[in-house]
Design a binder for this molecule. Structure first.
Ligand SMILES: [Zn+2]
Length: 183
């Protein structure tokens, strides 16, 4: 069964956020394995706003007051992220997420970050990349200097596109991406 058909059956042919039946399509809630469990059926009004290609229309998102109570984890996770984007702390406080749903919310943060992490040359950095430090950097709190030319393997991204995490001298530290070059 295709992803879209599975979602149409689950939702009864309705947008799983606002209930509209117009212009429905599948949206994968990152990080997703492509299964229906990790996707949501969205309408033509919700989807572009979720994807960030249209501006958020706050009045439309009153629908989240209902979708946040969905029994479908993917719908809950997406609702949570949207409430967060809208800064609706009151609703976020009311929401209850299971441990695995919480982990899903957090796992999607870096991949949904609209601003990519770039090195000193503007090259996009991804988790797992190796980078070279281009300037001696004093590591505050760790008591050593990360030397220019040091290669840092298997970096991790953070919520902040200006910072990455990596291991230098056996210590996991935060490095500013502007002082790095992709190796
Ligand atoms: Zn919708």
């Amino acid at each position: 069964m295709s992803l879209l058909v599975s979602l149409e059956q689950r939702s009864g042919n309705k947008c799983e956020l606002c209930g509209s039946s117009e212009d429905l399509s599948a949206y994968e809630v990152a990080p997703s394995d492509g299964s229906a469990d990790q996707a949501v059926l969205l309408c033509g009004v919700c989807k572009p706003q979720v994807e960030g290609s249209a501006e958020m229309d706050e009045s439309h998102w009153h629908c989240l007051n209902d979708s946040m109570w969905s029994e479908v984890p993917a719908v809950k996770v997406l609702s949570y992220r949207l409430l967060k984007r809208l800064g609706n702390q009151e609703m976020l406080d009311m929401m209850y997420l299971e441990e695995d749903e919480k982990a899903w919310v957090e796992a999607g943060q870096s991949s949904e970050n609209s601003e990519p992490t770039r090195d000193s040359n503007g090259t996009i950095l991804n988790a797992g990349d190796s980078v070279t430090i281009i300037k001696d950097l004093e590591v505050k709190g760790a008591g050593f200097t990360a030397k220019r030319g040091t290669v840092v393997k298997n970096i991790a991204l953070t919520d902040n596109p200006e910072q990455i995490e990596g291991r230098v001298n056996g210590v996991r530290i935060v490095l500013l991406s502007k002082f790095l070059k992709k190796a």
